[in-house]
Structures are given as structure tokens and as C-alpha cells.
Design a protein around this ligand. Structure first.
Ligand SMILES: [Zn+2]
Length: 256
């Protein structure tokens, strides 16, 4: 089974990248232009695999289209560029896409456009569950990188966090020696962030991160990929850990 899948992926990646998808990236995914040529090539391989392997379903009247798939898969692919351990999001089978914000029993889209579960304790229930996205907010985030707001980065950070079996804000780090320093750095940053917002100061990490450690990881992931220079400037140790984990240095990209 595993070998067959591996072979199938190779076939998918070897196919020429459709021109229609290329056009969608040009029009709707400006993040692509921040990447190095080798990363842009890899991005396209990951997009092709995600579109092929996942179920894509439109909800509440949203019609699934190549555009919806490519815009979501491209942003997912940014996270996965150097994270082979995620194995193309092995714990995600389905992307459910709503036209805009919606309300549902277990998950909701907040006024910030992000999808949240009722409780981070639902980690087990979510495992292998669908990723739920609002198309309006997904598209807006894709068109406006640099603000540290991206619903796809946010939700998929939760997914990657869940790969350990528990949603606790600590993903499966690359080396066991990294954990102690990770925990210390994140706890200190969490406390510092709480104090900053409590005393009326602002921070690149928005206060929703203080909901719990899982949200902290998801929100910081948004900043790391989407507002990396402010994150590096204000939280260098957090940035360093995220850089090691995701295998990327987004602050070095040519942000205009
Ligand atoms: Zn969240």
C-alpha cells in the first residue's frame, strides 16, 4: 500500500503542472513570488499531491473548483515545503470549504475569519477529521500576505500539532534535544505576551494566541510565515524554534 502510494505520488508530481493552475497562482497566491525557484517547484509538487489525495468538498452552496483547490493547496504547501515528516498532511482526508463565516456545533468562524473548535480538548475527535475553511477569508489572506493573518496556516498548524496524538502546542520536533528549550521558550513567550496585552501594549502575536497553548502555536505559525520579520524582531527565540521546526527562514524572503 505504502509503495503504491509512493509510486502514485511520483506519477502525480511528474505530470506537467497545469497552466490553468499556474494562472490561479499568479492571480491569487502572491506568496509564491516570495519563494526561491527550487521552493516554487516543490510548492507545485505538493499542490498536485494535495489536490489528488484529499477530498475537496464545498458546503453551504460553495461550488468546489480548481481555484478553491489551488489557492488552499498552495498555502498548505507553503507550510509543508520543508516538513517532510508531515507526509502531505497524512492525518487530513478532507477539506470542507464554506463560502464565508458559518456557525456549526463544534467549530465556528470567528469575527477574525478563523475557524475555531469549541474546545482545544477536542483534539482526539478531530484526529483524521476534516479541515474546515471559509473561502472568503482564505482568499483574502492569500491576497494580503504580511499581516500575520492566514486561516489556512492557522488550521493546518493545528493539524500538524495533532500529528503527535495530542493538541498541545508542541509538534513533533526534529530532535529530542529540542524539547526542553522549546517548552521554556514558549512558556516565557506566552507569559510575556499576556503581560504585554494586559498592560495595553501591542504585539505582532494577537491576543487570541493566549486562549491556550494550541492556539498559541497556531497563531504564532501564522506570524512566522506571514509576518516573519516582526516576529523575529520581537520574539527572536520563538522565531528560532519555529524556524528549526518548519525548516524555513521566512524573514529572509524578499518582503516588499
Ligand atoms: Zn485555532
Amino acid at each position: 500500500m505504502y509503495l503504491r502510494r509512493k509510486h502514485h505520488r511520483k506519477t502525480i508530481m511528474a505530470k506537467p503542472f497545469p497552466e490553468s493552475w499556474e494562472e490561479i497562482i499568479r492571480a491569487d497566491v502572491p506568496y509564491d513570488r516570495l519563494l526561491k525557484p527550487v521552493e516554487r517547484a516543490r510548492l507545485r509538487e505538493i499542490i498536485a499531491v494535495l489536490i489528488d489525495e484529499k477530498y475537496w468538498e464545498g458546503c453551504n452552496g460553495l461550488e468546489m473548483s480548481e481555484r478553491v483547490q489551488v489557492v488552499i493547496a498552495a498555502q498548505a504547501a507553503v507550510l509543508l515545503l520543508h516538513l517532510d515528516s508531515a507526509d502531505y498532511l497524512h492525518n487530513v482526508r478532507t477539506f470542507l470549504v464554506y463560502p464565508a463565516a458559518y456557525v456549526q456545533s463544534q467549530e465556528r468562524v470567528g469575527s477574525d475569519g478563523l475557524v475555531h473548535s469549541g474546545s482545544a480538548n477536542l483534539g482526539e475527535a478531530w484526529y483524521n477529521g476534516p479541515v474546515v475553511l471559509s473561502w472568503k477569508d482564505t482568499l483574502e489572506a492569500s491576497h494580503r500576505p504580511g499581516r500575520g493573518l492566514n486561516v489556512v496556516f492557522h488550521e493546518l498548524a493545528h493539524t500538524v500539532d495533532m500529528m503527535t496524538g495530542s493538541t498541545n502546542g508542541t509538534p513533533s520536533l526534529r530532535h529530542r534535544d529540542h524539547y526542553q528549550s522549546w517548552h521554556r521558550t514558549m512558556s516565557e513567550a506566552f507569559e510575556a505576551l499576556r503581560n504585554r496585552w494586559a498592560s495595553g501594549q501591542r504585539d505582532v502575536i494577537r491576543p487570541y494566541a493566549l486562549t491556550n497553548v494550541a492556539e498559541f502555536f497556531a497563531v504564532v505559525t501564522e506570524c512566522f510565515f506571514d509576518a516573519p520579520r516582526p516576529l523575529l524582531a520581537s520574539h527572536p527565540e520563538v522565531y528560532e524554534h519555529f524556524s528549526r521546526f518548519w525548516g524555513q527562514d521566512p524573514a529572509s524572503r524578499q518582503w516588499s
